[in-house]
Design a protein around this ligand. Structure first.
Ligand code: C5P
Length: 240
């Protein structure tokens, strides 16, 4: 068992040290939360499905030249990943106006956003993840202007690559959240996960959700929806 000391525990994942300081083990748990931790449940298989989906997305992005944390899946819900010094930002990219954007700003429901809307939230539980702007990010020394520019470019490329991949499989990438970190050489690398917990995925015809909004709305069938996503994004070989 490569699992060792717990380095970090989040709402849905644990990160452990491994024998190799350059690598960590990320465990995708079955816990699901919403409303800033106010709504919680544990759903069998949720972690495994997210690990599969996130690994697939990271592989596709690597093939397109984006650096990611992903190394390999070693178990259905455990991944070996590069150690990163994480940047405490939630980088949100939106193609369609929904969710918190509609609660905070006068967009039309489902308004198409072209160019996509990028937003930086501070990962900070005490302050409830406030939205930041460039000057606050720079003043707090979270990132430099150049690093922010690079983060914007990478996020827009992730959006383009995954939107096309998903659209070919009948899903619209409505919006998503990504996180980045620095590797030991100082490169900005995509970390954390991209899964139905961190994206909005709509059926391109019916606009039905295949993501965590099902849970946020208190509806049944969230894990079944994640399983549908697994079956849409993985090829037959990867499903075995
Ligand atoms: O809630 P909101 O509309 O701002 O969410 C935008 C996108 O970011 C959604 O895809 C949501 O799943 C994701 N998100 C996330 N983690 C957060 C906040 C938002 O993955 N803490």
């Amino acid at each position: 068992d490569v699992k060792k000391e717990l380095l970090y525990t989040g709402k849905a994942k644990n990160v452990y040290k491994t024998e190799n300081d350059d690598e960590v083990l990320i465990e995708f748990r079955d816990d699901i939360t919403a409303l800033d931790g106010g709504k919680k449940d544990t759903l069998n298989k949720k972690g495994a499905y997210n690990a599969l989906i996130s690994s697939k997305f990271f592989k596709i992005l690597e093939d397109e030249g984006i650096l990611t944390q992903f190394i390999k899946l070693i178990n259905e819900n455990e991944m070996i990943a590069k150690s990163l010094d994480m940047i405490p930002l939630e980088v949100i990219c939106r193609n369609i106006a929904t969710g918190s954007l509609l609660r905070k700003y006068p967009f039309h429901k489902n308004q198409h956003l072209q160019p996509p809307v990028l937003q930086f939230d501070y990962k900070n539980d005490v302050y409830h993840d406030p939205m930041l702007n460039d000057s606050i990010i720079i003043a707090l020394e979270i990132a430099t202007e150049e690093q922010l520019q690079q983060i914007r470019q990478i996020t827009l490329k992730i959006n383009k690559v995954l939107s096309e991949f998903l659209y070919e499989r009948g899903l619209i990438l409505v919006d998503f959240k990504v996180e980045f970190g620095f590797d030991k050489d100082g490169n900005i690398v995509l970390g954390d996960e991209i899964s139905p917990d961190t994206t909005r995925l709509w059926d391109s015809e019916t606009h039905k959700n295949f993501d965590k909004d099902i849970f946020r709305k208190g509806e049944e069938g969230v894990v079944d929806a994640y399983e549908v996503v697994v079956n849409l994004v993985l090829n037959d070989e990867e499903k075995q």
